[in-house]
Design a protein around this ligand. Structure first.
Ligand code: PML
Length: 235
């Protein structure tokens, strides 16, 4: 059946406030547009003066994959949380110096997308200010409900599990993420072993960001093209 991608982005005075996307069938378009407009208008970052809604038929075949298993690790403070994340990343063969560089990048904040680091610590994303944005993804209703009902995570987890599951499926070794929302201090590390939510991965008031760790011999153009354009539904 024909599926449609619906993307929303909202801004104020040219500054990004919120964005979201869905992949739905024709019958769900109207309702989904309504839901996304509501999301734009009620965002904690303020009321937008510009909302863009884009609806496109998806021509490419959609890949359906299972979500990474979700585990929450409770840490008492940022120090413990960072050490916990580091251990998980080390287990995937990522050198400490590269992990420290990733922490610098996410703490600096200000990127709309992700930085991409290889194991030598080289940054591979073409636009270092903006980073790479993972697009053309959605989760099934069932997965959304499961995460919220079973208290596996929050609304933010629902969006993040889609990104993490897609990037790991495409061969990214690991992802490190903290929220760009100043008051949301739970972050995560994702590897092929799972999506590990880590509490207190940053302090209240701090910036956030995303880093993807990739192999040195990665075909970066192909990877970025798939991260941005290859449609995935996470179930
Ligand atoms: C979690 O699962 O609670 C961590 C989600 C971090 C999401 C980052 C963001 O705000 O986009």
């Amino acid at each position: 059946i024909v599926m449609y991608s619906i993307k929303m982005r909202a801004s104020k005075n040219g500054k990004h406030i919120s964005g979201a996307e869905r992949i739905v069938n024709k019958d769900e378009i109207e309702e989904t547009v309504k839901e996304l407009v509501r999301r734009a208008l009620t965002h904690e970052n303020g009321t937008p003066d510009f909302i863009n809604i884009k609806i496109e038929e998806i021509k490419e075949e959609i890949t359906y994959i299972n979500h990474l298993p979700i585990k929450t690790i409770h840490c008492k403070d940022k120090e413990e949380a960072r050490e916990t994340a580091k251990k998980i990343l080390r287990n995937e063969g990522i050198p400490d110096s590269v992990i420290d560089y990733a922490y610098e990048i996410i703490d600096k904040g200000g990127m709309r997308g992700a930085a991409i680091l290889n194991l030598k610590g080289e940054r591979l994303e073409p636009d270092k200010e903006r980073g790479v944005r993972v697009k053309n993804i959605d989760t099934t209703k069932e997965l959304k409900e499961k995460i919220l009902k079973e208290n596996l995570g929050t609304e933010r987890t629902v969006d993040a599990i889609a990104i993490a599951s897609k990037v790991i499926h495409l061969g990214v070794i690991a992802e490190l993420c903290t929220s760009d929302n100043k008051s949301y201090t739970t972050g995560y590390v994702a590897t092929k072993k799972g999506y590990f939510r880590i509490t207190n991965l940053k302090k209240e008031g701090e910036s956030g960001g995303r880093v993807f760790f990739v192999k040195d011999d990665v075909d970066i153009e192909d990877l970025i093209n798939k991260l941005e354009n290859k449609p995935f539904i996470i179930k």
